[in-house]
Design a protein around this ligand. Sequence first.
Ligand SMILES: [Zn+2]
Ligand SMILES: [Zn+2]
Length: 217
Amino acid sequence: MVGCLRRRIPGFTLIELLVVIAIIAILAAILFPVFARARENARKSTCQSNLKQIGMAVQMYAQDYDEIYPGISMATATSQCWTNDLLDPYIKNAKVWVCPSITSGTYGFNWRHMIKDTFSSPTSGVRMATVQRPADILIAVDVHTADLASGKENSTGGIFANCPKCVQPSWWNRYNHGISGRHFDGAVIAFADGHVKWMRLDQILANTNDLWAHSSY
Ligand SMILES: [Zn+2]
Ligand SMILES: [Zn+2]
């Protein structure tokens, strides 16, 4: 009986299924980098907020200490006081010291020209009155650890960012002078007036006179 023949059940052929899977794979390949970029953008925003708070803490510290930027004390092994210790009373949140793009990375200070560390005696930072261009001069920036040799981020983090023109101590790993390009090949900078900006790593390394106050304040 012809009328009893079952009609073919409508569905997907193998080819159709493969086409659908291929389209999904192509869409995923296009979208995943977009998602990754969006996530990194969010981390960069958090980093900018962190450095904004550090920049404000620097301003508050200077107001409380006769308009002198925070320095560093390495007088003895027991009385070491790092720049971040000096700023902690104005921040009161340990998370501010951690850039979210590295699990426990941190921020380094322009120690050659703003913090004025000598590695031997306690020092105070530069007087605010001597700084003619506070909106141009880097005071803190994304850094990676000092003993980095491989070019990879390390979990220990640093405290110093090196002026690319100054001679470094012999023990210092000179990879990018401590500055990390972890945010889209750039770093977030807090300036001496407290404002914050992202800059490309190559620009940060090239612009020593204006940005690092290598030749003038
Ligand atoms: Zn960062
Ligand atoms: Zn310098």
